[in-house]
Design a protein around this ligand. Structure first.
Ligand SMILES: *Cc1c(COP(=O)(O)O)cnc(C)c1O
Length: 456
């Protein structure tokens, strides 16, 4: 045992080794030292436990290099999404386009006119960079961007209905993932929730009967991630707007994913767009930046000028304001909506738009390469992808997947191994099957999958 302990090299010797030094391209020296320390500590423990029988410098170094190989210096990092869920909330929702990334680099690597008017030399407003563009594209009178849609809706309700009543249909009191619940948002905003109708059916009369001198807002909420089917009824926007005008009540719609285009052109079903909601006369509409818009996390508030300007003047709007990263990303994303072809180039829409034959070819290529690996059997299967991001719960988009089997490991062992590589690979483990949906795989992901399967 003494000899084994003596075989453990000095840290100073290890960090001089060129094979270790090459990791300085991705780790800081202090991190490398920490990793070496923890490897050596583990070795000492293993020697004490009698679980190491032989040790020399090379064995020891191999151990450390393996550890360096398996560790990733960053906590937030790239993963391979093989789930087929395009707007996967847990995996970062919308992918940003090349245009967006270029603009972020351009704006954020140096100083910018974030709050500066070059023409006059005066202080400018950060809101000005996005407002005209969003208005041009949505047809809204005015727009404001905040941190996310949860903030947008909280802000709008707080500004117009603090200590007053917000009327909402029981069929729209939704919860979406990540603990966003409409009743809690209304409570937190300081307003009083007044629910009307029933879960499946709400009539105009219900809104009218519940309206009193304390009522400030009729709130409509897109049921995002679920649908009420069968014997059901909701009040049309136009009807609600008409009643609101008579009673002098504000109408706000939380559209959630907030599509700006007709989704039926993208393998999806038609949904009310932001423009549809505004055209129906809604005073304020809010939606997310990183769902069907295909941009960065943000909450976009559009609507009547005097209302938006009231919101802008509040401390909450200041607290929820976005930074230059978001503004740069969102401006480039909205600019892509100025042209039909560039919408198709947004990564989210590119993924929705794949031809089935294209996906089949991708799956066949991957399966072929995986089948060339010893002990692995891969075959292509017909599956369906989902839009995700709490959007379009009923939509299943036909797709292709590659189902993988190993002659040594179970599906769950394989899935764990793939999740725990340097780049995590996340697939679907269902009915004793493990598969990857090729719809959400990027060009560079295929090699990652092949390399990891070789390691398996
Ligand atoms: C997604 C969603 C939200 C929350 O939006 P975030 O941008 O994630 O804060 C709120 N309301 C609806 C209807 C949604 O679909």
């Amino acid at each position: 045992m003494k000899e084994l302990f003596r075989a453990i090299p000095q840290v100073t010797k290890i960090i001089e080794d060129d094979r270790v030094r090459q990791y300085l391209s991705c780790f800081y020296m202090s991190e490398i030292k920490d990793i070496i320390d923890s490897c050596l500590t583990k070795m000492r423990k293993d020697i004490s436990n009698n679980s190491i029988k032989k040790l020399d410098y090379e064995i020891c170094l191999r151990n450390i290099l393996d550890q360096l190989d398996s560790e990733n210096p960053y906590s937030l990092r790239k993963v391979v999404n093989g789930t087929g869920t395009v707007l996967h909330t847990n995996l970062g929702r919308a992918l940003l386009s090349k245009n967006v990334l270029k603009n972020i680099e351009n704006v954020c690597s140096g100083y910018s006119n974030l709050e500066y008017e070059s023409a006059t030399g005066n202080r400018g407003s950060r809101h000005s960079h996005l407002e005209n563009l969003i208005c041009k594209i949505t047809g809204a009178e005015s727009a404001l961007v905040v941190n996310n849609n949860a903030a947008a809706i909280l802000l709008a309700i707080n500004v117009f209905s603090k200590d007053k009543e917000v009327i909402i249909s029981r069929g729209e009191l939704i919860e979406i993932g990540g603990s966003f619940r409409i009743p809690n948002i209304i409570e937190t905003s300081g307003a009083i929730l007044k629910e009307v109708g029933t879960t499946n059916r709400t009539h105009l009369q219900d809104y009218e009967n519940a309206t009193n001198e304390n009522t400030r807002i009729y709130l409509k909420v897109h049921p995002s991630n679920y649908r009420i089917q069968g014997f059901s009824k909701e009040v049309e926007r136009e009807q609600l707007v008409k009643l609101a005008k008579e009673k002098n009540i504000l109408t706000i719609e939380d559209l959630g994913s907030g599509a700006l285009v007709d989704l039926s052109k993208f393998n999806l079903v038609k949904e009310a767009t932001v423009m549809d909601s505004l055209n129906s006369g809604m005073d304020i509409v809010t939606f997310s930046g990183d769902k069907l818009l295909g941009g960065p996390q943000a909450g976009i508030i559009v609507g009547k000028k005097e209302l938006i300007s009231k919101i802008k003047d509040t401390q909450l709007a200041r607290a929820f304001r976005v930074g230059k990263l978001t503004i740069a990303a969102l401006e480039a994303t909205f600019r892509d909506y100025l042209d039909t072809n560039s919408i198709n180039e947004l990564p989210v829409y590119k993924m929705f738009n794949y031809q089935l034959s294209e996906l089949k070819e991708k799956a066949q290529n991957l399966a072929e390469k995986l089948n060339a690996i010893d002990g692995i059997e891969a075959k292509i299967i017909e599956i369906s992808s989902t839009p995700g991001g709490g959007s379009l719960p009923n939509v299943k988009i036909p797709s292709y997947g590659v189902a993988v089997e190993s002659n040594k490991f179970s599906e769950s062992e394989m899935s764990e191994f793939l999740r725990n590589g340097k780049i995590s690979i996340i697939g679907i483990n269902k009915n004793m099957n493990y598969y990857l949906d090729v719809r959400t795989l990027l060009e560079e992901d295929y090699q990652v999958v092949i390399d990891r399967m070789k390691e398996l």
